[in-house]
Ligand binder design. Structure first.
Ligand code: BG6
Ligand code: MG
Length: 218
């Protein structure tokens, strides 16, 4: 028998806020400084995973090898500085359409809600958009040692909420995140285009016109 969903875990970048575009712009700028380009399709591989793992994939795309660990740290720092210039300008207006209403509906219906993000900048973003104290738990890149598709981030979220994984549902915009949630034994709803999220149980384009019946019917 399927278990009743009691907790919802949200990825942050590309689900609650459109920071996925800022990550893309910063990685593309870094690629350009190294003499190659990054397409939107290639960028899908960078979503959801840690900063240094993303850099390794970027270097592979640009066929740039023989980069020392020290140079990698410098490249990742440069990317992060460009990225932070954008997130520091964010305001509550940057919460994606429909998200706040949906979250408030979930709270009213007594679902537990959490953030499960690979980002070390999640705290800054939540503060900028006025949602620092909104969630029952926040698990981010500062609390995990293995990034998505490893289930660690979502299992920690479930643990902090005190809800068994099989009663959790995850919203994710990255295929690595969908895999992480599945590896944790959780239900998944992809946010984005179905062709980018083939493993999700269900895919929605965003939260506009979405209400909690989507959870009740999962
Ligand atoms: C994820 C993003 O949320 O966080 C990835 O989808 C990003 O694209 C990762 O690489 C790490 O983020 P940060 O902010 O710590 O560089
Ligand atoms: Mg994301």
């Amino acid at each position: 028998m399927t278990q009743k969903i009691k907790a919802i875990i949200f990825d942050l970048d590309g689900v609650i806020v459109d920071t996925a575009i800022f990550h893309f712009q910063a990685w593309k700028k870094l690629a350009n400084t190294m003499g190659f380009d990054l397409t939107k399709a290639q960028n899908e591989q960078l979503k959801g995973i840690s900063r240094l793992e993303s850099l390794d994939i970027l270097l592979e795309i640009g066929k740039t090898d023989a980069v020392s660990n020290e140079e990698k740290q410098q490249l990742a720092t440069r990317k992060n500085e460009w990225y932070r210039e954008n997130i520091l300008k964010m305001t509550p207006q940057d919460i994606l359409p429909g998200v706040k209403n949906f979250l408030e509906e979930l709270k009213k219906a007594d679902y537990k809600i959490a953030i499960g993000s690979s980002s070390k900048n999640a705290g800054t973003i939540l503060e900028r958009i006025g949602m620092k104290d909104f969630f029952d738990a926040v698990v981010d890149g500062t609390k995990i040692t293995r990034s998505k598709p490893d289930p660690e981030v979502f299992l920690k979220g479930a643990q902090e909420l005190n809800i068994p994984p099989e009663q959790c549902l995850v919203f994710e915009d990255a295929e690595s995140g969908i895999e992480a949630a599945k590896n944790a034994g959780m239900k998944t709803i992809g946010v984005g285009k179905p062709e980018n999220l083939p493993k999700a149980d269900k895919v929605i384009p965003g939260f506009k016109n979405i209400n909690i019946s989507i959870i009740e019917n999962s």
